[in-house]
Design a protein around this ligand. Structure first.
Ligand code: NAD
Ligand code: WQD
Length: 331
């Protein structure tokens, strides 16, 4: 059985569907601090399969131990964490406590029960402002906000853990910009309040909930002056986790993998693709740069292709189409 922490969240829910489709038994732990219980039934509906669920906080050690006591956990995919960059600057202690302490409790419990296979949700944010693109896994690591620092610190903790005990097998998956939704429109990204991220914001402008997108900067050194990112369909990203589980089951080590498409699209490319997908005009205006943003960020996905046997399949049209389908079904 695979334990999925944060399995009710955006990426976790899609990954649970892919794991169930691949024939894995799963257990989910989530405290719903950034998700809703309804998601669980939607995972069941899409997959036609059932699973165990524990409503608990990973900070509650006894609850985490109970899961390992009651189930034969073979590997863990660890999504649970707080992820809003701006908020992490406001409440850094909560970010460090929630993200890092919960990972320590999880790993201590795993060690206690002899489960040493882990797939961790890291982020391309650990590359900071890269000297060049595409970004390879061996590029220098650097962070600029507490959220990013939690990811980098956890990566270091997990590398140290492997050095201390070579039975551990750990995949550090560095996600680029996950967007889109399951094509059923049942699960997707549903942020509380005004979205921080580009595509959820564009979706709300398209559906009429928000009036106008602010494009943060049009004077970057990119093909149209707006920021360039490696947007990846969440279903492709989720399939990368199934491959990573297979990898950690068959090897040992602590290895980082980029999960991105290798192609960069600008903010205005996204606006155009979304307009095409929804058949509506997206109002936008040019606004000042957002502090902390970088011009370009996209992956070199070769290592994942070679070592995990994974590559992204879906293009930007499919990402926008599935995001729009989810938005109209859930507004
Ligand atoms: P999400 O907020 O939708 O999912 C995280 C889930 O974890 C939520 O369901 C939340 O309720 C749960 N959770 C948080 N803290 C918990 C705790 N202490 N105990 C139990 N449950 C807890 O986020 P997501 O977009 O699905 O991201 C999943 C992971 O991937 C996170 O670690 C995030 O930092 C990382 N990541 C996300 C992105 C992105 O753009 N979405 C990019 C890179 C990395
Ligand atoms: C993308 C582009 C913005 C909103 C963040 C985190 C990163 C990772 C993924 C977790 C940028 C522009 C955005 C808007 C805009 N998360 N934009 N108007 O900043 O690449 O990455 O999410 O690990 O750590 O930092 O994603 O979607 O916020 O921005 O013009 O209203 O869209 O300036 O160029 P980002 P994003």
């Amino acid at each position: 059985m695979i334990l999925v922490t944060g399995g009710a969240g955006f990426i976790g829910s899609h990954t649970c569907v892919e794991l169930l489709d691949a024939g894995y038994e799963i257990a989910i732990i989530d405290n719903f601090c950034n998700s809703r219980p309804e998601v669980l039934d939607k995972i069941r509906t899409i997959s036609g399969k059932d699973f165990k669920f524990y409503e608990a906080d990973l900070l509650e050690r006894d609850k985490v131990e109970q899961i390992f006591e009651e189930n034969e956990i073979e590997a863990v995919i660890h999504f649970a964490g707080l992820k809003a960059v701006g908020e992490s600057v406001q409440i850094p202690l909560q970010y460090y406590h929630n993200n890092i302490t919960s990972t320590l409790i999880l790993c201590e419990t795993m060690a206690k029960y002899g489960c040493k296979k882990l797939v961790f949700s890291s982020s391309a944010t650990v590359y900071g402002d890269p000297a060049s693109v595409p970004i390879r896994e061996d590029f220098p690591l650097h962070t600029t906000n507490p959220y990013g620092s939690t990811k980098l610190m956890i990566e270091q903790i997990l590398r140290d853990l492997y050095v201390s005990d070579n039975e551990w097998s750990i995949a550090l998956l560095r996600y680029f910009n996950p967007i889109g939704a399951h094509e059923s429109g049942l699960i997707g990204e549903n942020p509380n309040g005004i979205p921080n991220n580009l595509v959820p914001y564009v979706a709300q402008v398209a559906v009429g909930k928000l009036e106008c997108l602010s494009v943060f900067g049009d004077d970057y050194n990119t093909h149209d002056g707006t920021g360039v990112r490696d947007f990846i369909h969440v279903v492709d990203l989720s399939r990368g986790h199934v491959k990573a589980v297979e990898k950690v089951k068959s090897t040992s080590g602590a290895h980082a993998y980029n999960l991105g498409t290798g192609t960069g699209y600008s903010v205005l490319d996204i606006v155009k693709a979304y307009e095409k997908a929804c058949g509506r005009k997206i109002n936008y205006k040019i606004a000042p740069r957002r502090p902390g943003d970088i011009a370009m960020c996209y992956a070199d996905p070769e290592k994942s292709k070679k070592e995990l046997g994974w590559q992204a399949e879906y293009d930007i049209e499919k990402m926008c189409k599935d995001s729009w389908n989810f938005t109209i079904k859930n507004s």
